[in-house]
Design a protein around this ligand. Structure first.
Ligand code: KIV
Length: 257
């Protein structure tokens, strides 16, 4: 995976990547020719109805990684280490191994230099790892909301140092989430590994989106940077309304029982 990603960066061909959490979506994405499918812990919100990703358990991630694995035969597959399952190096390696056994070919965890020991340990265990810096959804409660990063010089410098440290450690790629575009572009130029941006502008070496946002399957919330190119929620609503009208012709569609 690492060599393929590096070759793409050198050739200047952007990496197109998406998340998946269930078998049918995984099969459809696998046929589409993506560069990576991620079982992201965003599934906690868009599949499981949790308030944020801090509620996602390792059991949840294993369950969904197995389902996605069954639908993916050619696209590289990565999975997220969930919140508080990589507090120490030993725990990070154990969690990463569990996700690899569930079918992942790489893992991703959130954090920069603060998590360098865990990142080095996972890589030393022979498990490819994708870094994740910038806005870190697993820190939402700590930070009191989802806040764009890289707005101050100090933040920009810190992000660059995080990126350089993770790159030197040997990460396969680096997700940069919700970082001001010039900062993300600068990081992308300075690291050898490909950067995969989300809400961080077009200067990254690739892009990732939560598939539910892309296809319009989660109408209750979509981050401002995510453009919906489909209306799956609308399709479901229309199909169910059609079904109700067919089964209960003449009755009020909203009549219960
Ligand atoms: O959980 C997730 O889906 C992610 C991506 C959006 C990068 O981490």
């Amino acid at each position: 995976m690492k060599d393929r990603f590096l070759a793409r960066k050198r050739a200047g061909i952007p990496l197109a990547t998406l998340t998946a959490a269930d078998y049918p979506t995984a099969r459809l994405l696998d046929d589409a020719g993506l560069d990576l499918i991620l079982v992201g812990d965003s599934l906690g919100m868009v599949e499981l109805g949790y308030v944020d990703t801090t509620e996602v358990t390792l059991e949840d991630m294993v369950h969904h990684t197995r389902a996605v694995r069954r639908g993916v035969s050619r696209t590289p597959l990565a999975a997220d280490l969930p919140f508080q399952t990589y507090e120490t190096s030993a725990e990070a390696v154990a969690t990463a191994r569990t996700l690899m056994q569930a079918g992942a070919e790489a893992v991703k965890l959130e954090g920069g230099r603060s998590h360098l020991a865990q990142i080095r340990a996972v890589l030393a265990a022979g498990i490819p790892l994708i870094g994740h810096i910038g806005m870190l959804p697993q820190s939402v409660r700590l930070e009191g909301g989802y806040k764009k990063k890289g707005k101050t010089e100090e933040q920009a410098r810190g992000l660059l140092e995080d990126a350089l440290a993770l790159d030197a450690a040997g990460v396969v790629a680096l997700v940069i989430e919700d970082v001001v575009a010039p900062v993300a572009a600068d990081i992308s130029r300075r690291v050898a590994c490909p950067t995969i941006g989300i809400g961080s502008g077009s200067g990254c070496d690739g892009q990732i989106l939560v598939t539910a946002d892309l296809i319009g399957a989660f109408p209750w919330f979509r981050p401002p940077f995510a453009r919906a190119r489909g209306d799956v929620a609308g399709e479901i609503t229309r199909a169910v309304a059609g079904y109700l009208a067919a089964v209960r012709p003449g009755a009020d569609a909203k009549t219960a029982g």
